[in-house]
Write a protein that binds this ligand. Structure first.
Ligand SMILES: Cc1cc2nc3c(=O)[nH]c(=O)nc-3n(C[C@H](O)[C@H](O)[C@H](O)COP(=O)(O)OP(=O)(O)OC[C@H]3O[C@@H](n4cnc5c(N)ncnc54)[C@H](O)[C@@H]3O)c2cc1C
Ligand SMILES: *[C@@H]1O[C@H](CO)[C@@H](O)[C@H](O)[C@H]1NC(C)=O
Ligand SMILES: *[C@@H]1O[C@H](CO)[C@@H](O)[C@H](O)[C@H]1NC(C)=O
Ligand SMILES: *[C@@H]1O[C@H](CO)[C@@H](O)[C@H](O)[C@H]1NC(C)=O
Ligand SMILES: *[C@@H]1O[C@H](CO)[C@@H](O)[C@H](O)[C@H]1NC(C)=O
Ligand SMILES: *[C@@H]1O[C@H](CO)[C@@H](O)[C@H](O)[C@H]1NC(C)=O
Length: 505
């Protein structure tokens, strides 16, 4: 495969461009003869113009798209090691890509980079005891969900079938089961990590490199490429049944709804079996003038949602209601996060999507109304931004709070609500307006918290946030992260996802 692809592309102009622009230390550097010969027989190298190059580089959002000149489709951990060594020796940027859903602007700092395409590392092995499973570092969320389901097991994952499993996990990772079991990263038992020096390190809570294990749980994109990982898994309870409801309301219900969601949130002790999302978006079928409010609720373990949860929402007289119940693996279809849904659409063209996240502990109703009004005005004025959405996610947080905040790099365990204005602009020309819109909405929510600190989830960050808002304000935490950066990645090779400076921040 390597040989055939290389023959075909050896005379390509793009190939020449790569060599010219990669600051090669040896001018005759040749990724084909130098790297290709060191890769396993199942690995391949692709250049622009090939169909598989397009597959490998397709993005969910054009905002945050890395600029890639060559794709190395790795087939085992040694291929990752060889590619990292090649890239560092030639001072070429490289980036591991898994689900292709990352959309922080720092990914755009990859210029003429090597993409390490992870998708072939998709092995699954459930332990004999059935309490852990070991996966390849390129598994997608749905591969984890479905392979465990087939054995009556589950673990915490992101909610979207087609994101990588580790993209979310390395930033902490939020999902439906976090109320019971903590963040995705809280369930790591061990990680096999290729660091910038090309070493393969197996890290755990106890070993000599437990400091790297700590960093991988919240700041992981900064430290290495995970080639495999072992995760805690759990028996599926209650036959894996869940119930779902989605209500759509007109805007006059805003205060009533969010007052109710504050009650459901129960001062950080939301019931572990119930989670919700709310969105503010335009839906002209329901209201041609104003944005509407959607509320999605999931309850674990029942076919019919408890009246305590469902009745209040019905009493607020939704304009539209959709309900489902069935097995856990069907949730992504109800929420439209399944393979084939728009959330899984990727391409080398398409909208620019940036999020402007902020964490909350409860809703300030005045701030919410103010954000709603701004959203209504801007989306009415600027048709390029009209597909934007404000997302407000209320997962149960009890399992997250049960983990000592100092014990991982994830800094914001007491925050219970993830708000993110998802600003969708149709062309790059609308980007300045989109940024201003997102920052404006976030400022309104931040002012409403009455707090000086602004807490941001790294995996939703647009990239214009301060590093302390992403990684935490405590001096010991900032110092620890920079010290670890200096130890494991002094040259900042993993410098494309909210990069932590080795010199301190
Ligand atoms: C539709 C949608 C739904 C989402 N749902 C959730 C959710 O439920 N929970 C949640 O927490 N987040 C969620 N997110 C945010 C998500 O965590 C980020 O978008 C994440 O970056 C996606 O990872 P990816 O592998 O798909 O993206 P990629 O763009 O492939 O990768 C993102 C980053 O992760 C790094 N990376 C990927 N694989 C590895 C690896 N094996 N080793 C080291 N680094 C690696 C990449 O180098 C890159 O820096 C969602 C995002 C979208 C767009
Ligand atoms: C490449 O993309 C096509 C079209 O989306 C898809 O059918 C195919 O399975 C993909 N191949 C790989 C290896 O991802
Ligand atoms: C990467 O950037 C170069 C210009 O520096 C451009 O010619 C090329 O098309 C870009 N590649 C991709 C995949 O966007
Ligand atoms: C490596 O590349 C970076 C970015 O292109 C450049 O700033 C730096 O000077 C290069 N280092 C060497 C040793 O060539
Ligand atoms: C779950 O999804 C499968 C596959 O899409 C479908 O056949 C089945 O009917 C669904 N089950 C329920 C209860 O909706
Ligand atoms: C929307 O447009 C009107 C009229 O041009 C203007 O007065 C108003 O400030 C605009 N609002 C926003 C939020 O841009």
């Amino acid at each position: 495969m390597v040989t055939r692809s290389l023959k075909f592309w050896a005379s390509s102009l793009l190939y020449a461009t790569l060599l010219r622009e990669c600051h090669a230390q040896q001018s005759d550097a040749n990724i084909g003869s130098e790297l290709g010969g060191k890769l396993s027989s199942d690995a391949s190298i692709y250049f622009p113009g090939s169909a598989l190059f397009n597959n490998a580089t397709a993005r969910w959002s054009q905002f945050g798209k890395p600029n890639i000149s060559v794709v190395v489709e790795v087939a085992n951990k040694y291929d990752v090691v060889e590619t990292v060594k090649y890239a560092t020796a030639h001072n070429v940027s490289f980036i591991a890509i898994n689900g292709g859903h990352g959309n922080i602007d720092t990914l755009e700092n990859v210029h003429n980079g090597i993409e390490i395409w992870m998708h072939k590392l998709n092995s699954v092995q459930i332990s004999a005891k059935g309490d852990t499973a070991t996966f390849g570092g390129g598994v997608l969320s749905h591969q984890v969900i479905e392979s465990l389901w087939a054995s009556g097991k589950q673990t915490v994952t992101g909610v979207c079938d087609c994101t990588g499993f580790l993209g979310p996990a390395l930033g902490g990772g939020h999902g439906y089961l976090q109320g019971r079991h903590g963040l995705i990263a809280d369930n790591f038992v061990s990680l096999e990590v290729v660091t910038a020096d090309g070493a393969i390190r197996t890290v755990t809570d106890k070993g000599p490199e437990s400091d790297l294990f700590w960093a991988m749980k919240g700041a992981g994109h900064n430290f290495g490429i995970v080639t495999s990982f072992t995760q805690k898994i759990y028996d599926v309870p209650n036959n894996g049944v869940w119930s779902f409801v989605k209500h759509t309301y007109t805007q006059d219900k805003l205060e009533l709804l969010f007052q109710y969601l504050n009650i459901l949130g129960n001062n950080g002790r939301q019931r572990v079996d119930v989670m919700y999302w709310a969105t503010i978006n335009r839906n002209t079928d329901v209201d041609p003038v104003n944005p509407v409010i959607d509320i999605f609720v999931l309850q674990e373990g029942v076919e019919t949602m408890d009246a305590e949860v469902s009745l209040s929402l019905l009493n607020f007289a939704p304009a539209v209601t959709v309900t489902h119940s069935g097995p856990y693996v069907n949730i992504s279809t109800w929420t439209e996060f399944n393979i084939g849904s728009r959330a899984c659409d990727k391409g080398d063209e398409g909208p620019q999507i940036a999020r402007f996240p902020i964490n909350l502990k409860s809703y300030n109703l005045e701030a919410l109304r103010s954000a709603f009004n701004t959203f209504a005005q801007v989306t009415a004025n600027n048709s390029a931004l009209t597909h934007s959405t404000i997302m407000l996610e209320g997962y149960s947080n009890q399992g997250v709070q049960a983990v000592d905040e100092a014990s991982t790099a994830y800094p914001h365990r007491d925050d219970t609500i993830l708000v993110s204005s998802v600003i969708i602009s149709m062309t790059a020309a609308d980007r300045p307006a989109a940024m201003a819109f997102g920052d404006n909405l976030r400022d309104i929510f931040h002012t409403g918290t009455g707090e000086a600190e602004k807490h941001v989830y790294v995996n939703y960050a647009s990239g214009d946030e301060s590093l302390e808002s992403i990684y935490g304000y405590e001096p010991w935490r900032k110092n620890k992260l920079s010290t670890l950066k200096a130890k494991y990645d002094p040259e900042n090779r993993f410098g494309f996802y909210a990069p932590i400076p080795a010199a301190g921040f």
